[in-house]
Write a protein that binds this ligand. Structure first.
Ligand code: FAD
Length: 419
């Protein structure tokens, strides 16, 4: 009988977590993880942090190299999966090799969206997604500024912070009138914007890139839709991502605008093909509608759940998503997904450097965000998981010990029932 064989496409947060979970559950088949990136599997978040802060930090490995041997996980690095042969039950690699497969995990992630204006691929324009991009950006920043960041998302703002800390002149251009407001609401977004203003970042909102002015293969100016011109030594483009669903055609699995639609166990429209991490389009209980959750911790936990399911112990991925973003010396942490219809409670005494905000749904804690508030976030994470009922005034009082709010609160109905 042919030995069972699982191929995982993508050796990052989701793919590696899936492989490790399978071995921990004693999956006896062959596990091969294929990635087009030639580097040993590394953590992506440091690419916009320690790899660029001028301290010459290197790639942070996801696992010690020897663990792959110990767990009998075969890595095929620097190789691209080009197609799935459904007839032969094989995965085709760019170099011509074929791998037998009876369980396939697509953990292919997303790719940075590119601008479509001329010179968008100039020598000093960077779309930051992988190690090669980070090394190129670091060497550009070493030459000095000015830096123009297109897109004020979390990664764009992290880059602005890192560059300011290196003394580089930074302008951030954002199409929306209020950066991050669609992610964390206007109250928290304006605190983050104030933080950047305080560090000397020039933020231009309601503007897009009209064109680049280049000499040879180097962009020298960014011309905005408003007509304004900004000098640039380096341009970083952070205007969103696209799911990597190229394998859908040969695998004959469904795709939607978010990625591969999966059920709560990570199965695609073909039961033996799974998708995990950024590329999965999930109907997650913390999302108002089907969508992508693009965070490192989510990709790891989703990959782990999918790996367990592949190994024969089905696990539903339903936890509140957790994300973080380093901004200057503070870390912004977010648990759950704030919604526009939530009641926002900002704890009193908030400053751009330190704050804690809660989003209440029908009086219950649905999401939390905090800057430089790791200790409180630890408790708040449990509050979100328990969906605790809270009094907004008590919550807003910075003197309230959050641990006390974890205890179940008697509602009027339960009091009445108790007589
Ligand atoms: C610069 C940066 C900073 C970030 N910082 C944070 C942060 O601070 N906090 C946070 O929560 N999240 C952060 N994120 C997001 C986080 O890194 C992602 O959510 C996470 O990497 C998703 O993991 P994944 O395994 O789903 O996909 P990815 O990490 O995107 O990996 C997918 C892999 O699949 C490979 N691949 C794709 N197609 C093929 C193919 N056909 N053949 C072979 N290989 C293929 C790719 O080469 C890639 O290595 C950051 C992301 C970036 C880019």
């Amino acid at each position: 009988m042919r030995r069972s064989s699982c191929v995982i496409v993508g050796a990052s947060a989701a793919g590696i977590s899936a492989a490790v979970a399978m071995r921990r559950l004693d999956y006896r088949g062959r596990i091969t993880v294929v990635d087009a990136d030639p580097n040993p599997p590394y953590e992506r978040p440091p690419l916009s942090k320690s790899l660029l802060d001028g301290t010459a930090g290197g790639l942070v490995p996801i696992l010690p190299w020897s663990t792959y041997d110990d767990l009998e996980i075969d890595l095929r690095l620097g190789e691209r999966v080009t197609a799935i042969d459904l007839g032969a039950l094989q995965v085709r690699l760019g170099g011509g090799d074929r791998l037998d497969v009876d369980r396939l995990v697509l953990a292919t992630g997303v790719t940075a969206r590119r601008l479509t204006v001329p010179h968008a691929d100039a020598d000093n324009v960077v779309n930051l997604r992988d190690a090669a991009d980070a090394w190129r950006l670091n060497s550009l920043l070493t030459r000095g500024g000015p830096l123009v960041v297109i897109g004020a998302g979390f990664i764009g703002l992290e880059l602005a912070a890192v560059a300011r800390q290196r003394g580089i002149d930074v302008t951030v251009v954002e199409a929306q009138p209020h950066p991050l407001a669609h992610v964390v609401g206007s109250e928290v977004a304006s605190l983050v914007v104030d933080l950047h203003h305080g560090h000397g970042v020039r933020l231009i909102t309601g503007a897009t890139v009209e064109r680049f002015v280049a000499t040879g293969t180097t962009v020298e100016q960014v011309v905005l839709s408003t007509g304004r011109r900004i000098d640039a030594a380096t341009v970083v483009v952070g205007v969103g991502v696209e799911p990597r669903t190229e394998l859908a055609a040969s695998a004959r699995v469904d795709v939607d605008r978010w990625g591969f639609p999966v059920n709560e166990f990570g199965q695609t429209s073909r039961a033996w093909i799974f998708a995990a991490g950024d590329v999965a389009s999930q109907a997650h209980p913390h999302l108002p509608a089907r969508g992508r959750l693009e965070h490192w911790d989510v990709a790891q936990r989703h990959g782990e759940a999918v790996g367990s399911t592949v190994a024969g112990e089905p696990v539903r991925y339903r936890e509140a998503p957790y994300a973080w973003s380093d901004q200057y010396t503070g870390t912004l942490q977010i648990v759950g997904r704030p919604r526009g219809t939530d009641q926002v409670v900002l704890r009193r005494g908030a400053t751009p450097e330190r704050f804690l905000a809660f989003w209440l749904r029908d009086g219950r804690v649905g999401a939390v965000a905090g800057m430089d508030a790791s200790r409180e976030i630890g408790v708040a994470r449990r509050m979100v998981a328990a969906n605790v009922l809270v009094d907004s005034d008590v919550l807003a009082d910075a003197a309230t010990d959050l641990r006390g709010l974890l205890k179940p609160r008697r509602t009027r109905t339960t009091e009445q029932l108790a007589g």
